[in-house]
Design a protein around this ligand. Structure first.
Ligand SMILES: *Cc1c(COP(=O)(O)O)cnc(C)c1O
Length: 414
């Protein structure tokens, strides 16, 4: 089979002999599976792959998992009902009280909120500036178990020093867990940065159509689980390379139950067929829009990793090889422009949260996704009161620029 990821995804289901030679794996809705021989029932409760009860997976979900494994060139993938469920499963099954986790200042707000729950459970957390490898190195303690980071930060687009962190984790034997939602395997694979575990919110660019939620964890096969202290004895009957993955799947999926439905898995799999094309288009649009915004008097302080003015532009160029720089732009509206009137005048650009949609979305950051933060915290994060987050879609970029120009003209007339 071709190495090209679009070709691989388009033909992945057919490699598994789908019933009636259908080109898609069907949507299996059964909650349980039957057995003619009780020994087969017993076997799936052991180490033998198979289906017994759908909380632990269905053939439709497995087909999606296999495609994500292909994309990441990993060894195993498990899906969850959302990206947050996937992240929670890893933290709650691989860390325990007394462990130390290093994370980033620049992470998704809900993940940050989850970290505070972990602290209440007795896990020590240090947040560092992950654009600076020296800050990461300085945070390591004897009880450090895991380094968790994102790639391009939401909303201010800081780019973490992902390769340097991967090299460091390899040298230290630390588990390197990376939320790669913002880059997708189109720009960067977990293996390229030596990640141990890769998380994707499938709700974003990979699905793209904003019609399903999902999350995934992929084991890249790079981490040596034999010395990881938190593996429970019963999972040591599996090959060492699968220890961590089996624990996340059994404890995180089976016991906690945030299962992806077959219906959602099917929608995500259909979206995934075109995600590389959509990723390229939205990234090209974002670069064009960011260049326009940088020149425009409407905006100040435009942040986009593809702009030469971005603090980590060099790092981003090295990581993403100039293929693209993501679909997220952050910029402040000029102070004398009425924020509410401007946003309410937009017609093509949708006022909405969410990211990586086919449509372009915009929201004012401070009163929405940072509403729980104090003014001081927002200032520390570089979030001004009139900061806008734009998730760029796949429309004709000229239509997006026209929409902004029309909204601006409309506000200035008043
Ligand atoms: C959206 C998002 C998540 C959470 O994913 P859901 O599928 O919405 O639960 C996690 N991390 C990043 C970077 C995201 O953008």
């Amino acid at each position: 089979m071709s190495k090209d990821i679009t070709t691989q995804i388009l033909h992945a289901d057919r490699q598994q002999k789908v019933e009636h030679n259908a080109i898609h794996k069907p949507i299996h809705i059964a909650a349980q599976y039957s057995f003619a021989d009780v020994r087969d029932l017993i076997a799936v409760f052991g180490n033998t792959p198979g289906y017994a009860y759908s909380r632990q997976g269905t053939p439709t979900v497995t087909a999606l998992e296999q495609k994500i494994t292909l994309l990441e060139e990993g060894i195993n993938t498990v899906c969850f009902a959302s990206g947050m469920a996937a992240i929670s499963a890893v933290f709650l099954t691989l860390l325990k009280a007394g462990d130390h986790l290093i994370s980033s200042h620049y992470i998704f707000g809900n993940t940050k909120s989850l970290l505070s729950t972990l602290e209440n459970l007795g896990i020590e957390i240090t947040m560092v500036d992950t654009t600076d490898i020296q800050a990461v190195k300085a945070a390591v303690k004897p009880n450090t178990r895991m380094l968790f980071t994102e790639t391009i930060a939401n909303p201010v687009t800081q780019v973490s020093d992902l390769k340097a962190m991967g090299d460091f984790c390899e040298e230290m034997g630390l588990l390197y867990f990376v939320d790669m939602t913002m880059v997708t395997p189109y720009l960067l694979k977990g293996k390229d940065i030596k990640a141990s575990l890769v998380m994707h919110s499938l709700s974003k660019t990979i699905c793209g159509h904003a019609n399903a939620l999902g999350g995934s964890i992929t084991d890249t096969g790079l981490f040596d689980w034999s010395h990881y202290p938190n593996i429970q004895d019963m999972y040591k009957s599996y090959p060492v390379k699968n220890w961590g993955f089996v624990q996340v799947k059994k404890k995180g999926l089976r016991d906690m139950g945030a299962t992806l439905s077959s219906e959602a898995a099917n929608r995500i799999a259909i979206g995934m067929e075109t995600f590389t094309l959509r990723a390229q288009k939205s990234n090209d649009n974002a670069l064009a829009l960011a260049r326009y915004m940088q020149e425009s008097p409407i905006f100040a302080d435009v942040k986009y990793p593809g702009l030469e003015s971005h603090a980590q532009h060099g790092l981003a160029k090295d990581l993403f090889k100039d293929i693209g720089y993501g679909s997220l732009i952050a910029a402040s509206l000029r102070k004398d422009i009425d924020l509410v009137a401007f946003l309410n005048s937009l017609q093509t650009i949708i006022l909405a949260t969410h990211l990586g949609d086919n449509r372009t979305l915009c929201l004012p950051v401070a009163p929405t996704i940072y509403a729980e933060s104090s003014a001081e915290q927002r200032a520390l994060m570089g979030i001004s009161d009139n900061l806008l987050r734009i998730s760029v879609g796949i429309e004709n970029v000229a239509d997006l620029i026209d929409d902004i120009e029309r909204a601006y003209a409309n506000v200035m007339l008043k």
